[in-house]
Ligand binder design. Sequence first.
Ligand code: IDP
Length: 142
Amino acid sequence: MTAQIERSLVIVKPDGYRRGLTGEVLRRIEAKGYTLVALKVETADKARLAQHYAEHEGKPFYEPLVDFMSSGPATFVVIEGQDCIKGFRSLAGATNPTEAAPGSIRGDLGRDWGLAVQQNIVHGSDSTESAEREIGIWFPQG
Ligand code: IDP
């Protein structure tokens, strides 16, 4: 597959915001060479979170996830760069912070202390289709 310039939706989740890690996440994104295209701080409403996490509806962690994600401010960022969707997920590390490799955002900073939902600092789109859909949810004005 040829490399391509793409966009991804990154969220510094409420745990990252509360712990003062927003700058650290943005620093890693920029250090990797990705560009910040749009950025806002907002407490997410549950209706838009339901759209964002529609694929997880019905799973045991769904309700705690929506509660957690709407529990306080989060930072929504559109990033751009060559293969940045896969690249950012690599920077983020595995979903479970205990299993995420050292050096990754979740491996270095994420927490999984028997909580109902993994407080893993960041979200990153997992495909071009998801990125387009998620950017449309959080940045409807384009
Ligand atoms: P991802 O964020 O690595 O793409 P997803 O499977 O899309 O992972 O899950 C969305 C979010 O839901 C995760 O980032 C994490 O916060 C939470 N989550 C996923 N699976 C579990 C689980 O098994 N237990 C608790 N929380 C989970």
